[in-house]
Write a protein that binds this ligand. Structure first.
Ligand code: MOS
Length: 768
């Protein structure tokens, strides 16, 4: 097959390529969901419950209905019929199973009780305030204590050996409980929907991490055929998991637009982000570790609970990495769900792994302290050679090298283990480390590539770029395979009417799109070469397609001396004896010679879960964070001063976008460790710090020096590029590395996040 490219073009894979969508985003010309405007657009504003549990006794919208500009008010008394999606339906996933306004019951504070649609946003806002709701309120259960009084079922997800017996016999045991609070997704762009009907067809402008899934869910909910629904998310101000699945505002906007036969816009505000569109649930995790006196793990028990909403069963899979990250013969992981009057939780960056590894890696650090062993040495001693959970070999695992590389970078050999024993510039410093892991897979994807008569290449796929660089990855593959300059490559994503592509979730988009994009462009090139040799007025007429190559977007003979082959292959002696030009011809010239509208080909990704070769391996990425904190005991000031992040995520396709993922995740990790926590008011269940004034996220002023290293070992089991994907994993391990460093600096072990100054005031390290 003719796919040879110039070395420069091939070198674009792995390079630090700026995002091709950067200019439209930074100049403000990229249209996000609620930027879309249409003639006759009506504005919707939701009314939210002011109680956290109970039922609506009376809802009076009569005054609001009379207000200027009001077009429609929906509530449980007059809502149009919508449908549920059966949970875990195999090709689509939703978030809240209960459709909006289904009945008069209230399950959490802020639940939608009415929707007001008016000519202007101001009119809708004013009328929404005039809707009167009376409730039979009950005291909501928003208790952050999950374990006390837990009566639910516990499910054992992994078990091997006899962990209880091994714990009873272990010379050294750690038995501690770790708590991670509710964290709220706060992407820059909030959720919102613009719904536009055209007859029986609806287009939804959304901020979605999965337009294909969104389309299927909304077709089910609205009771219309899938082909009648189109979901568009061309640009997304990120999601971090919060936009994986549709939320009720999408249904509300679609139903209102259908009823009014007018486009309707419904945009959430920042406060609603804390109640209506998911969060990382509260977790309480008991970790028991048993070890020999020389630091070999003999038993691991990881028993956790997480809270969920009253109606949906969302398990935060905290024990996912536990069975394989270290070697241990006796192990059990169990989980349970505690129902609370809160909105439905949803995945948040590194779901399961992030809180789970906070607990497990914190316990490992505590074990190292108890053993008087270096925490780095403990990790290395217990490194796993194969996945002891599935009993499969790892496709590629370099966790040990992540740790040793990081140790080298910070100069770990100089570390003295005693808490408070290291000083620098009048401050106490502490060093801590933790490991990270995240699964990899090759999920299905379809993409088409079109070689266009104007010399451009157009790629189409119904995946989306949530800010991670997916547009650019497609363009890199096109450039690598054809040599056509990046500014002549158009990538169309974020539209469910394009060929089916994957949800941008689980850090699997890149590994899914690479094979489809490659197969599509390879097929397009093969077609181009066939057409070049079969078109009578082509300078390559009669040549063998395999003697042709595409360099810098031009069709060349591979060997100059083969140019004459054309004449010998001719069947008609009246054909002109034109030698192919030495510089080849642009592909668009051939398309024009052949009078084609373009050359299009489709490529698919064969999923790893159907691939016997991939199924024979445990596919995971690995990494390590090493954190340094500075503690100033006299003013009780703690700062994270450095984080080294060393990651083994297979081959990195775009160094800039890849490093950006780890940097962003480390920032989120600092926020998780020191600042973030969504708290609910006890009597009403209201998120009391539901704003950027009260819910603190890490800003630049909070940030340490960040240093990212990729080991860059290609994982050829996952795809031909060796790329596993990067994103979620960067946040795993940050919190336990920082809290281990906090212990090292202050002697205080924080097992409940976030770290509070009040915790550190107990420190016995008082002098520098
Ligand atoms: Mo990620 S939590 O799958 O967006």
């Amino acid at each position: 097959m003719a796919t040879a490219t110039t070395p420069q073009a091939a070198g674009i894979i792995g390079a630090a390529v700026p995002r091709i969508d950067g200019p439209v985003k930074t100049t403000g010309t990229a249209l996000y969901a609620v930027d879309h405007d249409f003639p006759g657009l009506a504005h919707a504003v939701a009314v939210q419950s002011t109680v956290g549990s109970g039922r609506i006794r009376k809802l009076d919208a009569s005054a609001a209905e009379q207000m200027p500009g009001v077009l429609l008010i929906f509530h449980h008394g007059n809502m149009e019929k919508v449908y549920r999606l059966f949970p875990h339906q195999d090709d689509a996933t939703t978030s809240e199973a209960r459709p909006p306004f289904e009945d008069d019951k209230i399950y959490y504070w802020g639940q939608y009780v009415a929707l007001v649609v008016a000519e202007t946003l101001e009119q809708a806002t004013a009328a929404a305030e005039a809707v009167r709701a009376e409730y039979d309120a009950e005291t909501p259960n928003v208790s952050a204590d999950l374990e006390t009084g837990f009566t639910g079922q516990r499910h054992s997800s992994w078990k091997r050996g006899d962990p209880d017996k091994a714990l009873a016999e272990a010379p050294v045991v750690i038995d501690e409980t770790y708590i991670t609070p509710v964290e709220t997704h706060n992407p820059m762009e909030m959720h919102g929907t613009v719904a536009v009907w055209d007859g029986d067809n609806v287009t939804l402008y959304e901020s979605s991490q999965g337009v294909v899934n969104h389309r299927i869910v909304m077709a089910e909910v609205l009771g219309v055929p899938r082909e009648n629904v189109r979901v568009i998310s061309r640009f997304i101000g990120s999601g971090f998991g919060g936009k994986l699945f549709p939320w009720p505002q999408s249904t509300m906007a679609a139903v209102a637009a259908r009823k009014l036969n007018r486009p309707v816009k419904l945009s959430l505000d920042r406060r609603m982000m804390f109640s209506n569109v998911g969060h990382r649930p509260l977790t309480e995790q008991r970790i028991r570790l048993g070890a020999t006196a020389d630091g070999r793990l003999t038993a691991v028990r990881h028993d956790f609970l997480n809270h969920t909403s009253m109606l949906d069963d969302i398990v935060e899979r905290c024990g996912e990495q536990t069975p394989f990250i270290y070697s241990c013969p006796n192990l059990e992981v169990s989980s349970g769900l505690a129902r609370r009057n809160v909105g439905t939780p949803t995945p948040m960056r590194g779901p399961g792994a992030v809180p789970g590894l906070f607990a497990l890696e914190s316990a490992m650090d505590e074990l190292a302290v108890k053993l008087k062993m270096d925490p780095l040495e403990l990790r290395i001693k217990n490194d796993a050679e194969r996945d002891e959970g599935t009993n499969l070999p790892f496709s590629s695992r370099h966790l040990k090298e992540c740790f040793t590389t990081g140790a080298e970078k910070i100069g770990w050999k100089q570390r003295t283990p005693e808490p408070g024993s290291m000083r620098r510039n009048g401050k106490v410093i502490g060093w801590g480390l933790a490991g990270a892991s995240w699964g990899a897979a090759r999920i299905p994807c379809t993409a088409t590539v079109e070689l266009c008569p104007n010399g451009r290449i157009c790629v189409r796929c119904a995946t989306q770029d949530i800010g991670t660089g997916t547009y650019t990855v497609f363009a890199q593959v096109m450039h690598a395979k054809t040599g056509v300059p990046m500014d002549r490559i158009d990538v169309l994503l974020g539209d469910s009417s394009l060929p089916d592509g994957p949800t941008s979730g689980g850090s699997m988009a890149t590994s899914a799109v690479l094979p489809a994009a490659t197969n599509a462009v390879n097929s397009a090139i093969t077609r181009l070469m066939n057409i070049a040799t079969l078109t009578q007025n082509s300078p390559f007429y009669g040549a063998k397609p395999e003697t042709l190559t595409l360099i810098d977007g031009r069709i060349h003979m591979k060997e100059p001396e083969q140019a004459g082959v054309r004449r010998m292959a001719l069947t008609s002696d009246d054909a002109p004896a034109v030698r192919p030009p030495a510089g080849g011809i642009p592909f668009e010239e051939l398309i024009s010679l052949a009078r084609l509208s373009g050359i299009t080909a489709t490529g698919r990704t064969f999923p790893s879960f159907e691939d016997p070769k991939a199924k024979a391996y445990s596919l995971h990425s690995f990494g390590a964070h090493i954190a340094e904190v500075e503690w100033e005991p006299d003013i009780a000031r703690l700062r994270v001063s450095r984080i080294f992040s060393i990651f083994d995520c297979g081959r990195i396709i775009n160094l800039k976008a890849g490093a950006n993922q780890i940097l962003g995740a480390a920032v989120m990790g600092v926020g998780m460790t020191l600042l973030e926590e969504t708290r609910y008011e006890k009597r009403t269940g209201q998120p009391i710090n539901g704003s950027f004034a009260d819910y603190l996220v890490a800003t630049c002023a909070d940030l340490p020096e960040l240093d990212v290293t990729f080991l860059d070992y290609p994982d050829l089991i996952v795809n031909e590029y060796g790329a596993r994907g990067v994103g979620e994993i960067g946040m795993a391990g940050v919190a336990p590395a920082i809290t281990a460093a906090v212990y090292h600096a202050t002697g205080i072990r924080v097992r409940e996040l976030p770290v509070r100054i009040e915790d550190l005031l107990q420190s016995k390290i008082v002098e520098v």
